[in-house]
Design a protein around this ligand. Structure first.
Ligand SMILES: NC(=O)c1ccc[n+]([C@@H]2O[C@H](COP(=O)([O-])OP(=O)(O)OC[C@H]3O[C@@H](n4cnc5c(N)ncnc54)[C@H](O)[C@@H]3O)[C@@H](O)[C@H]2O)c1
Length: 334
């Protein structure tokens, strides 16, 4: 008789967010038992998990609340923690850094302490390429020095340093993952690509910082989640892994491609005052994860047309977020 192997129990923080929810959807379909912990901030939304309703456990909890999180560990007895929970938007961190320090640093410290106490098998932390700062030429390898330039990236860098200290001091079995810019379905429409899509749908001016020459490396979200699963299975404890697609684009070219797909004129692009401290370029050396057996499956042309189509089919969701964003857009795009 075939024995069905029960997959490990994962505790996924920030699982109602953009990348975390893709990870949870993939995890459930692979047979992992998953408990999601999410505070449901403005950026969190259980709609993202509606297709797997009833197939995961959910806790509406803040990773900064030690007793609440400890009670969840006691109940769920997770074997692996995957920490996506974070305040994630650079522009918001420039307006007010307080929540970024709380969640991204203090919240991580609380998860680390509880994971240490409960002797978790693996602690997988989702960091970012932004901790390296900007690079005009060449690529960031995993041992490139930290030079974060925004309160967001500084808070993420602080968390990475804390984790490195727990690995060394307490032998905490942690792995740090640093993805480049993600895009795809369900991304909250404060981030570049869904902002462009929304404005283009509405035939409104599409705001682009400065002259649009800043460059980013773009990774389709399902490819990112697949890379995280590979690292979860095969990554070296104590290791750090960049996840980059190698697909680098100027912001202006991203805007032009979306307008082209939607048949809108380039004249909709409106250059706005640059973001303070704006990093010019990020680019990751991803050879380590490539050697582990991962390559992105989605090229930009496929990924961006799938994303535009998804937003076209989910305009009600997009609209439901925009009411909250109108005042914010006025403050950020001048
Ligand atoms: N989106 C990207 O392009 C990108 C790139 C590199 C790294 N990252 C990192 O990946 C992770 C996920 O990013 P995302 O784009 O999915 O973010 P997101 O903003 O879409 O989701 C974050 C989730 O965390 C939850 N959350 C926030 N504070 C919390 C708290 N105190 N306690 C519990 N839950 C809380 C939110 O409710 C939300 O569901 C983050 O750590 C981010 O720094 C993102």
């Amino acid at each position: 008789m075939a024995v069905k192997l029960m997959k490990m129990k994962l505790l996924v923080t920030g699982g109602a967010g953009f990348i975390g929810s893709e990870f949870v959807r993939q995890g459930v379909s692979q047979g992992y038992r998953i408990a999601v912990v999410d505070k449901l901030t403005y950026a969190g939304d259980l709609e993202r998990l509606k297709q797997i309703k009833g197939k995961y456990k959910f806790y509406n909890s803040d990773i900064c609340h030690k007793t609440g999180i400890e009670a969840i560990f006691k109940k769920e007895k997770p074997e692996i923690v995957v920490n996506f929970a974070a305040e994630t938007h650079v522009d918001r961190s420039i307006q007010d850094a307080a929540a970024f320090i709380e969640t991204n640093i203090k919240g991580t410290q609380i998860l680390l302490d509880i994971s240490k106490k409960w002797k978790i098998n693996k602690f997988i932390h989702i960091s970012t390429d932004e901790i390296y700062g900007e690079i005009r030429k060449g690529k960031f390898s995993e041992n490139y020095p930290f030079q974060p330039n925004s309160p967001y990236s500084a808070s993420k860098a602080a968390a990475d340093l804390l984790i490195k200290s727990y690995i060394r001091t307490y032998k905490l079995p942690a792995i740090i993952i640093r993805p480049c810019n993600n895009y795809g379905p369900w991304q909250y429409p404060e981030k570049l690509i869904p902002v462009i899509i929304y404005k283009a749908f509405k035939n409104k001016k599409v705001p682009v910082y400065a002259k649009g020459l800043n460059r980013r490396e773009w990774l389709y979200v399902s490819d990112c989640a697949k890379a995280i699963f590979l690292i979860l299975k095969k990554g070296k404890i104590g290791g750090i892994y960049n996840i980059g697609s190698g697909i680098e684009k100027k912001n202006i070219d991203v805007a032009r491609e979306i307008l082209k797909i939607l048949g809108r004129p380039k004249s909709l692009i409106q250059f706005v005052k640059d973001r303070p401290g704006h990093d010019f370029r990020y680019a990751l050396d991803s050879s380590k994860i490539n050697k582990l057996g991962w390559l992105p499956e989605t090229d930009f042309k496929q990924g961006i047309s799938r994303t535009v189509n998804w937003f076209r089919q989910n305009q009600a969701w997009l609209e439901s977020k925009v009411g909250y964003l109108r005042d914010y857009w006025k403050r950020v795009y001048k």
